[in-house]
Design a binder for this molecule. Structure first.
Ligand SMILES: Cc1cc2nc3c(=O)[nH]c(=O)nc-3n(C[C@H](O)[C@H](O)[C@H](O)COP(=O)(O)OP(=O)(O)OC[C@H]3O[C@@H](n4cnc5c(N)ncnc54)[C@H](O)[C@@H]3O)c2cc1C
Length: 493
């Protein structure tokens, strides 16, 4: 049956956008412009769980392939393809409930981080989010969910209490520690788009009404010392500091030179952060070229400032997705990301930066970034098999990413980007203890399942067999996928 015919009879409370509709080009976009060329047969903006179930049943009956989409931030385009995109972005209600001594937050699976922060602010609650405003709960929580609160409060998925899920057979179930416990276990780190479509999460809020944001910039000449010192500082520092480090390309640095940025939040009061930042400079043996410490403020405001700067909530959404939205999209990228268990020493830091430093052959690599997010802390006080997120010894997510503004770069540029990402992957390899499914590398290594899920692979495969034996929900790196592993995992496979 042709795709348009296959869609006949699919009725939604939400909206079905077809290729002939004027809204189609926008409806097919992900965060990354690289996937603008992928043409789904339709995009179903589901308004309710029943809409999702209708899409699943319809696709089963007509043999349509489906792609589950939340905020559309999958680096490798796993939330799109040529089939029916089941989009949950409009399922985004946020509510506070539960008993007074064990409150919970209910989040529609399409809720974006910045909308959750904003909605919870007047309700006096907050949750663990990542460090990008428009990532949605659907992909974030099912992959694990790390951010600046992870060292103090665990991963986002460690705080999951229950989830409402539409299964491959069209049934809707709620899973928790006592209902469908294996599914509940798998949804906490086993990866999105694999076991079903989550429409609602219930999570435990964090007890952190106030925090302080900070940002420091360091000269590129000090990059080796700062990278090594920052990793030690994070690993030995208090769980209350959440921090990232990024080496930015010359276009962002003073005098056209690359620059190192260390930024984050501190949940402590008083002058503790000032003292800690002094200690970081001492460890590095260098002084930052710029340093900003914000006022201690309400959680939502400080996170908003870090994620969106001076833009309003409406402006911070991705361009085209709402009135006034002007959030940028990401370009064509190639990336290598790994998790590491120990801080790098200066030798290790120098090796990483050597790989990162561009060489003009065969083609100059366009923009390039080296990003680290500190993890560990509370996340590492949970057993490796307690949830599907296995990386309980990881201290850092480290990755190298190159970006090209042209969504269709020349073959030579694409090849040089891939070669650069491979070179960085080789530099990361001796440091790595695993890979995080929400930051997948462009190139898939042999043994990717074990790298992402460790000893949890057999149990995840079992959950997949129980809940989706025909592999209805799949993408190139979903557990149990029958899709052959290619050396890249881009959309549409
Ligand atoms: C700029 C940027 C910054 C990021 N920062 C962080 C960070 O700080 N911390 C962090 O942990 N991660 C971060 N990520 C990674 C992010 O968490 C993952 O890409 C996540 O999977 C995105 O979720 P999404 O719903 O927005 O994306 P989508 O592309 O819509 O979905 C991602 C995956 O989840 C599946 N999925 C989506 N919704 C559902 C659902 N409701 N039910 C079942 N499966 C679903 C999709 O099928 C797909 O496989 C970042 C990504 C980007 C691009």
């Amino acid at each position: 049956m042709s795709a348009p015919r296959a869609l006949k009879g699919l009725r939604l409370r939400g909206e079905l956008v077809l290729p002939s509709d004027p809204g189609y080009p926008l409806a097919t976009q992900l965060q990354n412009t690289e996937y603008d060329t992928v043409r789904p047969c339709a995009v179903a903006y589901c308004a309710t769980t029943e809409d999702v179930a209708a899409c699943v049943r319809h696709a089963r009956e007509t043999g349509l392939r489906v792609h589950v989409r939340g905020g559309g931030h999958s680096f490798n385009g796993w939330s799109t393809g040529e089939g029916l995109v089941i989009d949950v972005s409009r399922i985004s209600r946020v509510a506070v409930g539960g008993p007074a001594d064990a409150p919970t937050v209910r989040l529609g699976a399409g809720t974006q981080s910045l909308d959750a922060l904003d909605a919870l602010k007047p309700l006096g609650r907050q949750i663990v989010t990542g460090t990008f405003p428009t990532v949605s709960a659907g992909g974030f929580l099912t992959g694990g969910g790390i951010g600046w609160q992870t060292r103090r409060f665990g991963t986002g998925s460690d705080r999951m209490v229950s989830a409402k899920v539409v299964l491959a057979d069209g049934r809707t179930v709620r899973c928790s520690a006592t209902e469908e416990p294996d599914l509940f276990w798998a949804l906490r780190g086993g990866g999105g788009g694999t076991f079903g479509v989550v429409t609602e999460f219930e999570v435990r809020p964090v007890d952190a009404p106030l925090m302080t944001g900070f940002e420091t910039l360091w000269a590129y000449e000090d990059a080796v010392a700062v990278l090594a010192a920052w990793q030690d500082w994070c690993a030995q520092g208090p769980d209350e500091i959440g921090s990232s480090l990024v080496v930015l390309p010359g276009m962002f640095g003073p005098g056209g030179r690359p620059v190192v940025k260390v930024w984050g939040v501190d949940l402590r009061a008083g002058d503790a952060l000032e003292r800690s930042l002094g200690e970081l400079a001492e460890r590095a043996g260098a002084k930052p070229v710029a340093r900003t410490v914000g006022p201690r403020g309400v959680y939502a405001d400080v996170m908003h400032e870090a994620l969106c700067g001076s833009r309003t909530v409406a402006q911070c959404h991705r361009t085209g997705t709402g009135p006034g939205a002007e959030g940028h999209r990401h370009p064509y990228t190639r990336q290598s990301y790994r998790l590491t268990a120990r801080p790098v020493d200066r030798g290790g830091a120098a090796a990483l930066l050597d790989a990162w430093e561009p060489e003009p052959e065969p083609e100059p690599v366009p923009e390039r970034y080296l990003l680290c997010i500190a993890v560990g802390g509370a996340a590492n006080r949970v057993g490796r098999t307690e949830t599907a997120y296995v990386h309980r010894d990881a201290r850092f997510l480290i990755g190298a990413q190159t970006a090209c503004r042209d969504p269709r770069p020349s073959e030579a540029t694409a090849a040089s980007m891939t070669a650069w990402a491979d070179r960085c992957a080789a530099a990361l390899e001796p440091l790595a203890c695993g890979s995080y499914i929400n930051f997948p590398s462009s190139r898939v290594a042999d043994g990717w399942e074990a790298d992402h899920f460790g000893e949890n692979v057999p149990r995840l495969q079992g959950v997949k067999r129980t809940y989706d034996p025909e592999d209805f929900f799949r993408h190139a790196q979903s557990i149990g996928s029958r899709t052959p592993t290619a050396n890249t995992t881009k959309a549409g496979s």
